[in-house]
Ligand binder design. Structure first.
Ligand SMILES: [Zn+2]
Length: 118
């Protein structure tokens, strides 16, 4: 289904740079990109209308950026995916600031946020 959205210029037209496997992962990427100075958002259409109708595994959360930022966003993905892999399912990073953690401290050394490892 092709849709032309003529209000957007070529520079600001949203383009998908990533299909996140969950809303949490998508939000993590949005925060990651914002940290790199790239305005990103989660495509909302993927979440609400489909919830409950589609098996959870095949519902993805596309992450969008403006076309002019797409190249920079794509360049950030390897680092983001490495961070995800590093996380290994559960927290090897601070879920407040996203900082990497070698140990599992009660508070994040980077931002001071309280961490619950249970
Ligand atoms: Zn932190």
């Amino acid at each position: 289904m092709e849709r032309e959205i003529i209000e957007f210029t070529a520079d600001t037209q949203p383009v998908k740079v990533y299909d996140a496997g969950s809303g949490i992962e998508a939000q993590f990427l949005v925060d990651w990109l914002r940290g790199a100075g790239i305005e990103a958002r989660i495509a909302s259409t993927a979440i609400e209308p489909l919830a409950g109708k589609v098996p959870f595994q095949i519902a993805t959360c596309p992450v969008l950026v403006a076309r002019r930022d797409a190249e920079r966003a794509l360049a950030e993905l390897p680092g983001f995916e490495a961070k995800l892999a590093e996380r290994g399912g559960e927290a090897a990073f601070c879920y407040h600031c996203g900082g990497a953690l070698d140990t599992r401290p009660a508070t994040c050394p980077a931002c001071g946020g309280a961490l619950d490892w249970s």
